[in-house]
Design a binder for this molecule. Structure first.
Ligand code: SF4
Length: 341
């Protein structure tokens, strides 16, 4: 079994809880140990000021996550992992490399109000996208939102690049993990995630989650709880995806559902990759059958919508499956007005 490099394991005794965690930040496996409250910035590209790139309803998630009217998304700016072909590169690079005009800085109270606003829009859940580097603020916001009447489930939508310390903090507040297992192969991780050690980090992360969420359940409204594991086939890496499927069957199958995606859309036109062939696709379906992986979702080859979100727009996604939160829009307009004064 792959284990973490012991030199990089940060003990719980060193780890500070609450907002103090920002003062010596070890919220993700980068363990930057910077003081983000002083304006210092680690690999995630963000200080302790929460920045949100977009909030609204999204109907493009897996069926139980989308529900009837859409998942209530909150996209955070910055990211601890900087994948070479990130579709959200406008916002994931953070203050140091992204488009700093995209996204607004919000207080914890405003973040709580954003959750309440999504509930008023009829959201199925609150879907927190790449929130790892803001875990302490998110926890405070969830607590305040609960006090203000938030009843929706919390979805933790993550790259899988998490520290056990950070997960320990956020786990009591999470109902469903929508979590990537991008690859278990170091070379593939280096090429597509720009970080070979992702392949080592992800196994203990999944072990931690399975120990706490040992089965998928659904409530009377059809809301899913537990683990929904996403895996995207990267171009020309079929053997790595087959390795992942074997791992899933052996380790996760009885505890999690699978969402297998096969449509890779590089965000920049200067890079092209061959598309997956029907023969390759069929070989994955055959392997899933052989491994008796039955619970979950598989993207159809024909489902491809080659859409790259544009977070400069009020609705970054095709309007047929997304709707901006009026509360978020009002905050954005207020921020723009303050900038021009
Ligand atoms: S959250 Fe950011 S500052 Fe903190 S350890 Fe991760 S990358 Fe570094």
């Amino acid at each position: 079994m792959t284990t973490l490099n012991l030199e990089e394991v940060h003990t719980m005794s060193e780890f500070q809880k609450g907002l103090e965690a920002y003062t010596y930040c070890t919220l993700c496996p980068n363990y930057c140990r910077v003081d983000r409250t002083a304006g210092d910035i680690g690999r995630c590209g963000e200080t302790d000021s929460v920045r949100v790139a977009w909030s609204g309803l999204h109907r493009g998630e897996e069926p139980p996550v989308t529900g009837e009217k859409g998942s209530g998304m909150i996209f955070f700016c910055g990211c601890p992992l900087h994948c070479a072909f990130c579709q959200n590169h406008q916002i994931s690079a953070g203050l140091t490399g992204g488009d700093s005009s995209v996204g607004i800085t919000v207080s914890i109270e405003e973040l709580a109000s954003m959750m309440i606003a999504l509930q008023k829009m009829g959201a199925t859940n609150i879907n927190l996208v790449t929130g790892t580097h803001f875990i302490p603020s998110i926890i405070e916001a969830i607590k305040r939102a609960r006090n203000q009447g938030l009843v929706l489930q919390i979805v933790w939508n993550s790259s899988g690049y998490e520290s056990i310390e950070g997960l320990t903090l956020i786990d009591p507040y999470v109902d469903l993990y929508l979590i990537d297992v991008k690859t278990l192969d170091a070379e593939v991780a280096q090429r597509f995630c720009a970080l070979a050690k992702y392949s080592e980090i992800i196994r203990p992360v999944m072990d931690f989650l399975v120990a706490r969420h040992s089965e998928v359940t659904f409530d009377e409204k059809g809301n899913m709880q537990g683990l929904l594991v996403r895996h995207l086939l990267f171009p020309l890496t079929l053997p790595a995806t087959k390795e992942f499927l074997h791992y899933f069957a052996k380790t996760l199958k009885n505890h999690a559902w699978l969402s297998l995606m096969v449509q890779f859309v590089p965000p920049k036109g200067d890079v092209t990759f061959p598309e997956i062939t029907e023969k390759e696709y069929d070989s994955l379906i055959d392997l899933m059958e052989e491994l008796e992986i039955e619970e979950g979702f598989v993207q159809e080859l024909a489902d491809n919508i080659p859409w790259i979100p544009d977070f400069n727009r009020d609705v970054p996604f095709p309007s047929s499956f997304a709707e901006v939160s009026p509360y978020f829009l009002a905050l954005k307009q207020k921020a723009m007005h303050q900038e021009t004064r």
